[in-house]
Design a protein around this ligand. Structure first.
Ligand code: GDP
Ligand code: IMO
Ligand code: MG
Length: 421
């Protein structure tokens, strides 16, 4: 195990990052989040109990870990406190275990209101956001009027900034449904509640690395939702790919690092945007039902389709996974034939990578490889040799196409339902 291990979503999100973070967390001292906010929804099952994390790293369930929410995140304080209270109600200790970067940005309720207004204004071109205010909060950050946790610790500065922001944003967007005086009282209380949690996490993480502590860096969202590398503009407003991990934590790439890509055995996507292997038919519906493909954050049905090796090769090129965790392969049991997209053609010409232009993507024809399926329940399998031969071949084919070793294979939601190959 490397001193630093990074877990990244290799598709459009909801690949099962939370499950592996939970499993591996017992081997690590510190677990982090570095980008995004409560748009993420990471589900972890302990026995029959389901835990869903939006802001707190999924490693919190292991009581020896310290969890860090890095500078690259946008944090809605009420959601964070709800998550903390929820953990407390389940007797999970949270004191001195959760730290927030003093450089992270505060996401206010008005960001959610603006998110809704922007989606409405875009009409047919709306992104299908989670309406958690993510885009508008990052807009404030990039426009250099964002409010950070260090500001919350300097009350006069905080008050001046929020008054100014509400004035500017009201001029831009009209009614923000935000009672400033009432909110100020609320934030005064938050500043006291959060005081011990707000630290210089950049210093803390770098000192911890120096001391030889181990770090598990939990990615949120996924590469194809990356504002630079994803299917722009149908993306989120941060960098959930490898670069965002370093920027979002204030650490540099280290020698002893392993990058694990989480790949769902088929493809899903929530929200609008291109999805060339989508199956809007009985196959897609089957995957949705068997895989329980409904959003952990918004409850929206996830769009479902075949695995896409063209996209995965691009994902591999940008993130450079050392190993893969293939998840939800159990959900393919019972399908007679499985398909994997292997090439895209436009006007008869084969593309050499994932295209930037959505127009080009729209005009592409997908070439599929067909493989025979299996119908034996694999959810109790615990080693690779026990899997049916067609299942093994499907896995080996993905390794060949991605040119990457698949080390972990998920065969169910529970912690123990994993094969180490
Ligand atoms: P994340 O956002 O990447 O953490 O993924 P989500 O938690 O949003 O969605 C993944 C869903 O698949 C969760 O409900 C997981 O419990 C579930 N899951 C993860 N791995 C497996 C697996 O190998 N098999 C099955 N059947 N479910 C899995
Ligand atoms: P996890 O961490 C799936 C999608 C939204 C929408 C787009 C922009 O659980 O894998 P935003 O609210 O971020 O402005 O929405 O990005 N999206 C996700 N889809 N899983 C996620 O996170 C996502 N985070 C954002 O559905 O299409
Ligand atoms: Mg999710």
């Amino acid at each position: 195990m490397s001193q630093i291990t990074i877990i990244l979503g290799a598709q459009w999100g909801d690949e099962g990052k939370g499950k592996l973070v939970d499993i591996l967390s017992e081997k690590f001292d510190i677990i982090t989040r570095s980008a995004g906010g409560a748009n993420a929804g990471h589900s972890v099952y302990i026995g029959d109990q389901k835990h869903v994390f939006h802001l707190i790293p999924s490693g919190i369930l292991n009581n020896k870990t310290v969890c860090v929410i890095g500078n690259g995140c946008v944090i809605h304080i009420e959601t964070l406190l709800e998550e903390i209270n929820n953990l407390k109600s389940k007797n999970i200790k949270t004191e001195n275990r959760i730290f927030i970067s003093d450089r992270a940005h505060i996401l206010f309720d008005y960001h959610k209101v603006i998110d809704g207004k922007q989606e409405e204004m875009k009409g047919k071109l709306s992104v299908g956001t989670t309406k958690r205010g993510i885009g508008p909060c990052y807009e404030d950050k990039i426009s250099r009027r964002g409010i950070r946790f260090c500001d919350l610790m300097e009350w006069e500065i905080f008050e001046e900034k929020i008054r100014n922001n509400v004035k500017i944003l009201s001029q831009m967007y009209g009614d923000l449904e935000f009672d400033l005086e009432k909110e100020l009282n609320k934030y005064k209380e938050y500043s006291k509640t959060l005081k011990e949690m707000i630290i210089d996490t950049t210093f803390y993480l770098n000192a911890s690395i120096q001391e030889g502590k181990t770090l598990l860096l939990e990615g949120a969202n996924a590469i194809m939702l990356d504002v630079d590398h994803g299917t722009y503009p149908y993306v989120t407003s941060s960098n959930p790919s490898i670069g965002g991990i370093y920027t979002g934590l204030g650490i540099a790439p280290q020698k002893n690092t392993e990058v694990i890509g989480i790949v769902k055995a088929y493809t899903t996507r929530v929200g609008a945007g291109p999805f060339p292997t989508e199956q809007e038919n009985e196959i897609g519906e089957h995957l949705r039902q068997v895989g329980g493909e409904y959003g952990s954050t918004t409850g929206r049905p996830r769009r479902c389709g075949w695995l896409d090796a063209v996209m995965l090769k691009y994902s591999m090129a940008v993130n450079h996974y050392d190993i893969i965790n293939l998840t939800k392969i159990d959900c393919l049991t019972g399908l007679k034939t499985l398909k994997i997209a292997v090439s895209y053609y436009r006007k008869g010409e084969k593309l050499n990578s994932w295209p930037a232009s959505l127009q080009v993507l729209k005009e592409c024809e997908v070439e599929y490889l067909e493989l025979p399926g299996w119908d034996i329940d694999i959810s109790a399998c615990r080693n690779f040799e026990e899997l049916p031969v067609n299942c093994k071949n499907y896995i080996l084919k993905i390794e060949e196409l991605m040119q990457c070793r698949i080390k972990y294979i998920g065969v169910g939601v529970r912690r123990d339902q994993i094969i180490i190959k």
